[in-house]
Design a protein around this ligand. Structure first.
Ligand code: HEM
Length: 202
């Protein structure tokens, strides 16, 4: 039976699809050699089946290697990664994104659609929870909760989704913890970017 378990597995693992998305983002921006160099520096395997399980520690080692190479903090690397993987997700799973007019509607259904389906498609998956409260006027409270504690990745992904829908994002973040899970509240204001003024016809 499908269910949100919420308990950490004995060895925290992540589905290969996440590694493969990170590879796409890094390769697109910095080239395949950089990805290979990061894998070597992180002592990581580098072959990830979408549905396979890989230690969370391996992803964090790759993030650590990127942080060393780029002189960024691991949090900055995770935010960059989150933002850059969204266009690849939107290209591969466009129906989920096209079904909604904007980011708030998208986030309101994330738990019940995408990550719920992840539970049935990927055996043993433990996707994070996102609870979204629409506060009106383009504002929303998005609460991320996960035993993995990757709120920086989530923050980057929220920014990526905002950009996907052509909105500018102002975000205020509150970090917390409940029952061993990272619980992070993102107070978001999504503003539709002003369209450039139309030029009069000659
Ligand atoms: C079509 C789009 C998406 C698909 C197919 C997808 C699928 C997945 C899968 C398979 C995992 C790994 C779960 C595991 O290994 O146990 C995952 C993790 C994750 N997803 Fe999604 N996801 C999608 C969209 C999103 C969006 C839009 C966000 C948030 C803004 C998001 C946030 C995350 C985060 C932060 C994780 C890392 C694990 C954690 O923090 O616990 N995902 N997703």
């Amino acid at each position: 039976m499908l269910q949100w378990c919420g308990l950490p597995p004995t060895v925290p693992h992540m589905k290969g699809i996440v590694f493969n998305l990170v590879e796409l983002a890094v390769t697109e921006e910095f080239g395949a050699e950089t990805w290979t160099a990061l894998l070597e520096a992180a002592n990581a395997g580098g072959r990830y089946e979408n549905t396979g399980d890989h230690d969370d520690a391996e992803l964090l080692a790759i993030v650590g290697a990127a942080s060393e190479a780029l002189g960024l903090t691991p949090a900055q690397v995770l935010r960059w990664t989150g933002e850059r993987i969204i266009p690849h997700m939107a290209a591969s799973y466009s129906a989920y994104f096209d079904a909604h007019p904007g980011p708030i509607e998208f986030f309101a259904t994330l738990d019940d659609t995408i990550h719920w389906e992840v539970l049935s498609m990927y055996e043993g998956a433990e996707p994070p929870r996102f609870q979204t409260e629409d506060l009106g006027d383009g504002r929303a409270m998005i609460e991320y909760s996960s035993f993995r504690g990757l709120p920086d990745l989530a923050e980057g992904m929220i920014a990526g989704v905002a950009a996907h829908y052509g909105t500018e994002l102002i975000v205020d973040r509150q970090d917390g913890e409940e029952d061993g899970r990272t619980v992070c509240r993102f107070q978001c204001a999504f503003r539709t970017a002003e369209l450039p003024e139309q030029q009069p016809l000659p």
